[in-house]
Design a protein. Sequence first.
Length: 67
Amino acid sequence: MADQTQYTVEGMSCAHCEASIVEEVSEVPGVTAVTADHTTGAVTVAGEGFERDQIAAAVKEAGYTLV
């Protein structure tokens, strides 16, 4: 069964921001699903075998910061 982890991201302000983060985080090996909500800053990641550092790097690649 896949684990689900919620992170908080700074800097998201619109749906385009959400899409950028979802696109980058989806490329992390082991990630099976990603949702992002710019109104709360929440990013929920489902899957197995990924590390927080990998998610942080993907969020940074999208131009945002994991809190």
